[in-house]
Design a protein around this ligand. Structure first.
Ligand code: KPL
Length: 314
């Protein structure tokens, strides 16, 4: 089976590295030729909780060289989903399956529109990784990867995929209600990601300060209202307790949005708190705290190039 991972970020590198331990043919598709060449030569270097090791992975920016894929795993940022699949279109054959392991809402729909909904498998992973440099990551946390189709069907390829993940040490299971899982992860991301990006605090600190804890609770409460109105059943009973438990369990993590801000990159705010704001407007449910976080993160993104030279220039 030929598996192509699209996107050499933290998650893309982590999955490519672990999948390289399988018997399958693994490729990493990178849009940058030089970085692909570097990964080809040095492999993917991993440190952190899975010890220090190096995975030999074939990487390329040349789709012709990679050829047709049986499975494509999309690991790019949500705002790049459309472009990434359009760019990878030559890898598709009639029965290619596409798995998304991205944060936020809307990726499954974008991929489905481009390639057909029946080919798309949605996924949510609790593995944690930080990109240290090109092809170099820290495996920051272990967790389950859950996959499923929006229509609840479980095709044979999905069982096969679960088996491969489990064999290489990526604990995986299948869910018939992946929508509720995507929302359950979204609620966690709405509470933690933007707030950590704005305050530049690691996940665990957000609940240590009474002020950030209060904001986190307000943001989550608003997001849960939207989920309820949309009749989404979350996989946990107490969302506030769950989000706080995740920030504690991932206390040492630099959230993916904070990683983006520290690297002065575009964030996934539009697909996380931004999705809550859009749905709030559609449904007539006020979500002022989510709206405020969106505006602040957008201000941070827009002001990356502005630095304060001295106090006088303020
Ligand atoms: O998914 C995450 C992220 O950083 O995007 C959490 C769960 C917040 C862990 O850092």
């Amino acid at each position: 089976m030929k598996i192509v991972i699209v996107g050499p970020g933290a998650m893309g590198c982590l999955f490519a590295a672990f999948l390289s331990l399988s018997k399958e043919e693994i490729w990493l598709l990178d849009k940058t030729k030089d970085r692909a060449e570097l990964i080809n030569q040095q492999g993917i270097i991993i440190e952190g909780i899975s010890e220090n090791w190096q995975a030999k992975v074939k990487a390329s920016a040349d789709k012709i060289k990679i050829g047709k894929a049986d499975l494509i795993i999309i690991c790019v940022k949500s705002f790049d989903t459309k472009e990434a699949l359009e760019n990878a279109k030559t890898l598709l054959k009639e029965n290619t399956t596409i798995l998304t392991l991205q944060n936020g809402l809307g990726n499954v729909e974008i991929l489905g529109e481009l390639a057909g909904q029946e080919r798309v498998i949605a996924g949510s992973t609790n593995e944690g990784a930080t990109l240290l440099a090109a092809g170099r990551i820290r495996h920051a946390g272990r967790g389950q990867t859950i996959i499923g189709r929006m229509d609840g069907k479980i095709p044979v390829e999905m069982r096969f995929l679960r088996e491969i993940f489990n064999k290489v040490g990526l604990e995986a299971r299948i869910s018939r209600d992946i929508k509720s899982l995507l929302w359950s992860k979204l609620i966690i991301n709405t509470g933690i990601n933007a707030l950590s990006a704005i305050t530049r605090l690691k996940n665990g600190k957000l609940i240590e300060f009474e002020w950030t804890r209060r904001i986190l609770r307000e943001v989550v409460t608003e997001a849960v209202k939207i989920a309820k109105r949309k009749r989404i059943k979350l996989i946990y009973d107490d969302p506030l307790a769950k989000v706080e438990a995740v920030s504690e369990a991932t206390a040492g993590n630099i959230s993916s949005m904070l990683q983006d801000v520290l690297r002065k990159k575009r964030t996934e705010i539009d697909f996380i708190n931004g999705a809550i704001v859009r749905l709030g407007q559609e449904l007539g449910i006020p979500v002022p705290n989510n709206s405020l976080l969106v505006d602040l993160v957008k201000t941070i993104e827009a002001s990356y190039s502005l630095t304060v030279a001295s106090m006088e220039s303020c």
